[in-house]
Design a protein around this ligand. Structure first.
Ligand code: AMP
Length: 596
């Protein structure tokens, strides 16, 4: 397939704000891809060369891209910089300048194919050592010289990490189902395969090669991270026990970083909640797992928690930030050691346990984790009454935990990879305060700052995630709680995700000055939740024409880099919090919630 076809489809996708149209455009592109290139198209469309966890980075900075465009078009850096100031996008600048050049060149070159593009980018990404930058530039300018202006635009956007087509994983699965599975009904089988492999390209490849039957034979495999299971929330022990059938396993909810460890003999790989490789950040955790996991091959999940090096006391999540750096991990390890609390096992010695009930997984876990000072299974207790649950919760909080996780022990208590469901219910400390609970929201838009805040954003439009529709619904506008430093940092972070119009997956009645692809997640504390005609969250659930809004939101100072936008608080959770607040209000006064 020629790359020009791909570039054309990208352009049409970019021009639409309609999700269905996007899905069909993509389905049509996939339908015409051969077995050999389908995975490559899937990766390229997500702006990558492989799945998230493969960590093959193209990493071409804008500065280098400018040089590259200069080299290919014969323009000087200043001219390119001037164009860039106008367009604000190095891809568009490349397109403009390549168009000028094409007009002045008469000879024709061979058209670029998808394979040409993928293979060259892959080669470039794997080039390292002395003189590698020059070799990378050589490879890229070779490609760019053969590209049409439109192809050039997308090539440059891909290598600089600016493609931002905003195609959600679920949209990609829908498109695959339409193209090869006979329609959207095939989505479930594809989704399961994706949830246990985290590799859309691999799923697409098998779908084209072996059909849905091949996809349904997908099994968990070492090295492919499993998409994490997530919890719902409830705010009283009574509701939790009722929901779980009167009995559950309560576990401490540690406040650290979730890691999924894949052990293969002596080799241990750690994946973050966002499925990125984080092995290098935690050499101490790797060592603990190597020594204390009594299985040759295993996949376990654990919470990695910072501990006080002198007292062994648990420290809050924020202290793990010291590990997010390339250099100096050794020093960070000495100053901020970690403990591991293992809470699930998904695979052991050739057996996939994801579809086994909790109790089976739990007893296996207790059998394979050899406890030590720094590694333990999560503290747990089988509870059958509210009093025990309350007591256990109190103990968890006293021990420095955020709260507890209550897990179903019924026969159907499988590990729901990639899903947030009612088999796990969290119960956190904050639910008991006067304020509503903290929420994690995705930044979908921003408003320019004025006066003291000129040059940065003065407020952000934040959204909760609607799992059912796979979209982001605005729930508040937040400009409080940010220090000057935060505002500068936020601008730098969100601008990387700037797009020219509202994202197709964002539902908003408010017009932001600037729009973003949902990607950055921050923690916010609000005073109350009210009905609102201007916010889209849980629209029409309580009253026709009204959504829910969080009033008086304040940024807590916590960035949530470990979360993807889909890990934001869900609209269903916001609705639950609203109902809970109503119940509390009714309990104390007869006040009605205010409208905003
Ligand atoms: P939340 O991030 O508030 O949705 O809560 C879910 C997170 O709690 C998981 O992603 C884990 O990182 C963390 N966690 C801590 N302890 C446990 C546990 N015992 N079981 C499951 N998750 C836990």
């Amino acid at each position: 397939m020629q790359f020009s076809r791909v570039a054309e489809v990208y352009e049409s996708i970019e021009a639409t704000t309609k999700r269905l149209e996007m899905t069909d455009l993509l389905a049509d592109l996939l339908k015409h891809a051969s077995k050999k290139i389908i995975d490559k198209i899937v990766y390229l469309t997500q702006g990558r060369l492989g799945p998230t966890f493969s960590s093959v980075e193209m990493g071409i900075a804008e500065k280098l891209a400018i040089q590259l465009v200069a080299r290919t078009t014969g323009k000087d850096n200043t001219e390119i910089q001037m164009s860039l100031t106008k367009t604000g996008d190095i891809g568009e600048t490349a397109e403009l300048l390549l168009a000028k050049k094409t007009q002045s060149t008469l000879f024709k070159t061979l058209p670029l194919t998808v394979l040409d593009v993928y293979d060259t980018l892959d080669k470039m990404a794997h080039t390292s050592g002395t003189g590698s930058m020059e070799r990378k530039m050589g490879l890229l300018s070779g490609l760019l010289a053969r590209a049409t202006p439109k192809e050039g635009k997308y090539l440059i956007r891909i290598v600089t990490g600016n493609l931002r087509l905003g195609i959600a994983d679920m949209t990609m699965l829908d498109s695959m189902a339409i193209a090869y599975g006979g329609g959207k009904d095939a989505r479930n089988a594809l989704e399961r395969a994706y949830n246990i492999s985290s590799d859309l390209g691999k799923v697409a490849g098998i779908l084209v090669d072996e059909g849905l039957e091949g996809v349904s034979k997908f099994r968990v495999s070492l090295g492919n991270p499993i998409r994490p299971m997530m919890a719902e929330r409830l705010s009283t022990p009574e509701e939790i026990l009722k929901k779980l059938g009167g009995r559950c396993m309560a576990e401490f909810k540690y406040d650290g970083e979730r890691v999924q460890a894949h052990k293969n003999g002596n080799q241990v790989t750690l994946f973050s909640r966002r499925l990125e490789r984080i092995t290098e950040q935690y050499p101490d955790a790797v060592e603990l797992l190597r020594k204390h996991l009594r299985a040759e091959k295993a996949i376990v999940e654990a919470e990695c928690v910072a501990v006080n090096s002198k007292t062994g006391e648990l420290r809050p999540f924020q202290e793990l930030m010291h590990r997010r750096r390339k250099y100096g991990v050794k020093e960070a390890m000495a100053e901020h050691p970690v403990s591991l609390f293992v809470f699930d096992v998904l695979y052991a010695d050739g057996e996939d346990y994801t579809l086994e009930p909790y109790s089976k997984r739990h007893s296996l876990l207790e059998g394979i984790v050899l406890e030590g000072e720094r590694i333990k299974t999560a503290e747990s207790l089988l509870v059958e009454n509210v009093e025990d649950l309350k007591r256990f919760f109190k103990r968890a909080v006293e021990d420095g935990c955020e709260g507890i996780m209550c897990k179903s022990v019924n026969d159907d208590s499988v590990y729901q990879a990639g899903a947030r469901g009612w088999l796990w219910i969290k119960f956190k400390r904050d639910y008991q305060s006067e304020m509503i609970d903290t929420v994690d929201l995705a930044v979908v838009g921003a408003f320019h700052g004025r006066g003291k805040r000129a040059g940065v954003y003065g407020a952000f439009l934040l959204a909760a995630y609607n799992q059912k529709t796979d979209s982001f619904e605005t729930v508040t506008k937040c400009g409080t709680g940010f220090t000057d430093e935060d505002l500068a940092k936020m601008k730098e972070m969100v601008d990387k995700h700037k797009i020219p119009h509202r994202h197709p997956r964002v539902e908003s009645m408010i017009h932001a000055d600037v729009w973003f692809e949902p990607s950055i997640v921050i923690e916010v504390l609000g005073a109350e939740i009210t009905l609102s005609p201007v916010h889209a969250a849980a629209m029409n659930s309580i009253r026709k024409g009204s959504g829910l809004a969080i009033r008086f939101p304040r940024f807590t100072g916590k960035y949530r880099p470990e979360r993807s936008a889909e890990d934001s608080t869900t609209t269903a959770e916001v609705l639950g919090m609203y109902q809970n607040q109503l119940r509390k209000l009714k309990g104390s006064t007869q006040d009605k919630p205010t409208r905003s």
